[in-house]
Design a protein around this ligand. Structure first.
Ligand code: FES
Length: 153
């Protein structure tokens, strides 16, 4: 259960601003590290919107997370240069290895998997960031070794 006093304090700060929902969502994410589902109803009421409308905004922007982040975050580039060098197949492999989908966190809270749309390292595609460290020219074959390195194994 999240601290609803804290959530209300953030939401009240933005609710009277015109178009304040986006800023409010950023504020909530900053406060909790993600947008807890318990806050969606409160934001819908505060901004006179339906829950579906608030969900629509959350899912439209890739920035918003709806789950707490895992201890390790794996981010895979899905933009064009990386795609042309096989990031789609690599993504499928990573999903299998971590046993989670893009945008999800594993049940044990160990890993989160996120899509990124360009790290600015296109010449060395495909790129994967593991726990804040960018790895270039990652393949389905070396991903697991890189992941283990990140574990200190
Ligand atoms: S397209 Fe992947 S780093 Fe630019």
């Amino acid at each position: 259960m999240i601290d609803m006093d804290k959530a209300n304090e953030v939401i009240n700060r933005f609710k009277d601003l015109e178009g304040g929902l986006l800023e409010c969502l950023h504020g909530v994410q900053q406060a909790f590290g993600y947008v807890p589902k318990e806050t969606v109803n409160v934001m819908a009421d505060a901004f006179n919107l339906s829950r579906a409308e608030v969900h629509g905004v959350i899912s439209y922007y890739h920035d918003f997370k709806t789950n707490p982040e895992g201890r390790k975050v794996v981010r895979i580039c899905q933009a064009e240069a990386c795609q042309s060098m096989g990031s789609r197949g690599l993504t499928e492999r990573v999903k299998d290895v971590l046993n989670i989908d893009l945008g999800d966190t594993s049940a044990d809270g160990e890993y989160s998997l996120e899509a990124v749309y360009c790290f600015g390292n296109c010449a060395l595609s495909p790129n994967v960031e593991i726990d804040g460290k960018l790895h270039a020219r990652v393949s389905s074959d070396n991903f697991e070794a890189l992941l283990k390195q990140g574990d200190g194994a």
